[in-house]
Ligand binder design. Structure first.
Ligand SMILES: NC(=O)c1ccc[n+]([C@@H]2O[C@H](COP(=O)([O-])OP(=O)(O)OC[C@H]3O[C@@H](n4cnc5c(N)ncnc54)[C@H](O)[C@@H]3O)[C@@H](O)[C@H]2O)c1
Length: 329
């Protein structure tokens, strides 16, 4: 198939070309997918899109007009796709449900450890010859309570690692994971989790039910000085409420790999530009906030698995009319 790959970075090209071999012809474009850039797919039967591409009704209509039959997401999340429009237009949507959950679980734990022991601050200090320890005091993870919201593939991985640290792990999920429970994870309500956890880590998909799950009332229920981690989707957190929580001290540490308005920022080098997002800039002013730019998935293993599954989705659609991991409209 001829496939237009949107939001291409050098690493996408490397891993996808290797996985495609001679099976598919890939046309890489650097543009982020919007209704305005969708016409770049002219001449291809398939489109490959990433997390911040806008696969909305207008973009899908353009795809329909130029003959695109399938959108293959190189991501697990599909909150950026208007599934009703795709169904109405008869365009198939496929995704990569599980590529390397360990990549995201391990990045989550990297944020927890860095924030707890102030590694981000120590790194900057030592480079300037400042070896003072004031302000770097951490706490032992051993014996702490970690609250995991969403114990699917990523959340379960975080639970396993944190149990290994000697933490008590409590969780909330609409469908509890029996494997997690067998490891010693205790399921509870969201309210109890928020009240008891020293560390709250979010691992749900972004849906109408989870949008702004962490808002001002939820923050008010948390322990004073709680560590809040979000490596799932930015929309799970009300950024304005979290900034207030940081100012009051209710939130003692904040680790983000995702951000509500990340489409305008992440995956680009904006180091020579003035960032216009005031809320994002405010977050960066707090020394107890650590933000990474949606890199949880970014390991060799994950990129390789994403590319292979994406090509398998395209091949099965081409030969059998149905992608391996096709989403129901
Ligand atoms: N940062 C990154 O690079 C990166 C990479 C991959 C995935 N993600 C994100 O991580 C999140 C988790 O991914 P996953 O692969 O573990 O997904 P998953 O589908 O395996 O697990 C999600 C879990 O959330 C639960 N859930 C759904 N709605 C809920 C609700 N309202 N309350 C509580 N629990 C709820 C589900 O029952 C499920 O157990 C997703 O948002 C995904 O988009 C981020």
């Amino acid at each position: 198939m001829i496939v237009t790959v949107f939001s291409t970075k050098s690493y996408d090209r490397t891993f996808m070309e290797k996985a495609a071999g001679s099976l598919h012809t890939l046309r890489f474009v650097e543009d982020r997918l919007t209704a305005a850039t969708a016409t770049l797919a002219q001449g291809s039967t398939a489109v490959c899109a990433f997390v911040n591409d806008q696969v909305d009704a207008a973009a899908l209509q353009v795809f329909k007009d130029v003959g695109v039959e399938i959108v293959a997401l190189r991501s697990a999340g599909f909150n950026n796709v208007d599934m009703a429009a795709a169904k109405r237009l008869g365009i198939a949507v496929a995704r990569v449900p599980a590529y390397s959950p360990e990549a995201v679980s391990e990045h989550t734990v990297a944020l927890i450890l860095s924030l707890d022991r102030n590694i981000h601050r120590a790194y900057a200090r030592v480079r300037e010859g400042n070896f003072a320890l004031e302000g770097l005091l951490g706490f032992n993870l051993h014996g702490r309570t970690v609250g995991i919201v969403g114990t699917g593939r990523v959340g379960a991985g975080v639970a396993r690692i944190m149990l290994g640290f000697g933490c008590k792990v409590i969780a909330h999920d609409v469908i509890p994971n029996v494997a997690c429970a067998a490891l010693g994870v205790t399921y509870t309500t969201l309210d109890t989790l928020l009240a008891e956890a020293d560390i709250v880590s979010l691992h749900c998909p972004l849906t109408d039910a989870t949008r702004h799950l962490i808002d001002a009332p939820a923050i008010d229920r948390m322990k004073h000085g709680v560590m809040l981690i979000n490596t799932s989707r930015g929309g799970m957190i009300d950024t304005a409420a979290v900034i207030q929580g940081l100012k009051s001290g209710r939130i003692g540490h904040l680790g983000l790999d995702v951000y509500e308005e990340e489409e305008e920022l992440f995956f680009e080098d904006l180091s020579s530009e003035v960032i216009q997002d005031d809320a994002f800039e405010r977050l960066l002013m707090f020394s107890n906030v650590l933000v990474t730019g949606h890199q949880g998935f970014f390991t060799h293993e994950a990129l390789s698995a994403i590319a292979k599954t994406t090509m398998a989705n395209l091949s099965s659609f081409e030969t059998g009319g149905h992608a391996t991991y096709q989403l129901a409209g």
